[in-house]
Design a protein. Structure first.
Length: 91
């Protein structure tokens, strides 16, 4: 008689062993926030380009916000690509 194997990693909670994220919700969020962050990137970039050196939000601050929104746009696009690919393979 063989001894019972113990799992390598103990799970806590009631989640299933093969839990996956809600692809419909991730798709909706990615489709919503990709254009939102893209528009914010353009707005902050244009605002930074047309601001004077003595303006209240400096050009550097606005550029930082534009870069942050650009990174968020890229992350939303990557997530959208992953979700679309996973939804196609699940069918």
């Amino acid at each position: 008689m063989r001894p019972a194997k113990t799992p390598r990693q103990w799970r806590s909670g009631t989640e299933p062993a093969t839990a996956r994220s809600d692809l419909k919700l991730r798709f909706l969020l990615s489709v919503t926030f990709t254009p939102f962050f893209a528009v914010l990137t353009a707005v902050f970039a244009l605002w930074a380009a047309h601001t004077s050196s003595a303006a209240a939000p400096s050009s550097g601050t606005l550029t930082f916000f534009a870069v942050c929104c650009g990174v968020l746009t890229l992350l939303a696009l990557i997530d959208l690509w992953v979700v679309v690919r996973r939804r196609r393979t699940e069918l």
